[in-house]
Design a protein around this ligand. Structure first.
Ligand SMILES: [Zn+2]
Length: 195
């Protein structure tokens, strides 16, 4: 099993698994979810986009990301800013609750740029961790960077006073692989650190 520090570059169509150095927090992101986010980022072009993370905890500190929402229509999207709106999120979350999923964090896109969180991003996530209103004391932040030629991703968990960077442990490709054999193949060794 490999571990990479810093920004991760992911091949397209991957199911990715991230943990912090102590393996305390773990986040698994479904392949179709990554592809959907990549599609939204591609569509967003040079403007930021984002939404909420919907999923559930497989155990106390291991989350499964089932859905990265579209940007709510009242979001404000600029070249280097994203203010997530809230329109229709209640409806989306009610639907998620029925299948056992709920709000577990936020995601957004830094077009043609590093996925590292800005100080404003961090401040916002600590504030979310502190508020009892959203009932999520350890929200996850996923940031995509780059563009369709080179996606990068950063995954973090925030508490009221701390932040934990999660590192890519493994990626899997479930699409047919080049030699023609279909099926799930571990791709450890094919991720490379981003810029
Ligand atoms: Zn940001």
């Amino acid at each position: 099993m490999m571990r990479l520090k810093g920004t991760k570059r992911l091949p397209p169509m991957t199911n990715a698994f991230f943990c912090d150095t102590d393996h305390y927090y773990c986040v698994r992101i479904a392949e179709r979810t990554l592809r959907h986010a990549e599609h939204l980022c591609e569509e967003a072009g040079i403007k930021e986009t984002g939404g909420i993370i919907i999923g559930h905890y497989e155990d106390e500190h291991s989350a499964f990301v089932n859905e990265l929402s579209n940007p709510p229509s009242d979001s404000i999207r600029r070249k280097a800013d994203f203010f997530r709106g809230a329109k229709n999120l209640r409806k989306l979350l009610e639907k998620a609750h029925r299948r056992g999923d709920y709000y577990i964090g936020e995601w957004h896109f830094h077009p043609n740029s590093s996925p590292c969180p800005s100080s404003a991003d961090k401040k916002q996530m600590h504030a979310f961790a502190r508020t009892t209103e959203i009932k999520c004391s350890e929200p996850i932040l996923i940031i995509f960077g780059g563009n369709k030629n080179h996606w990068t991703i950063d995954v973090m968990v925030f508490t009221a006073n701390h932040e934990y960077h999660l590192f890519c442990q493994s990626v899997r490709r479930s699409a047919p692989i080049r030699n023609g054999k279909a099926g799930t193949q571990p791709l450890t060794g094919t991720i490379s650190p981003g810029s």
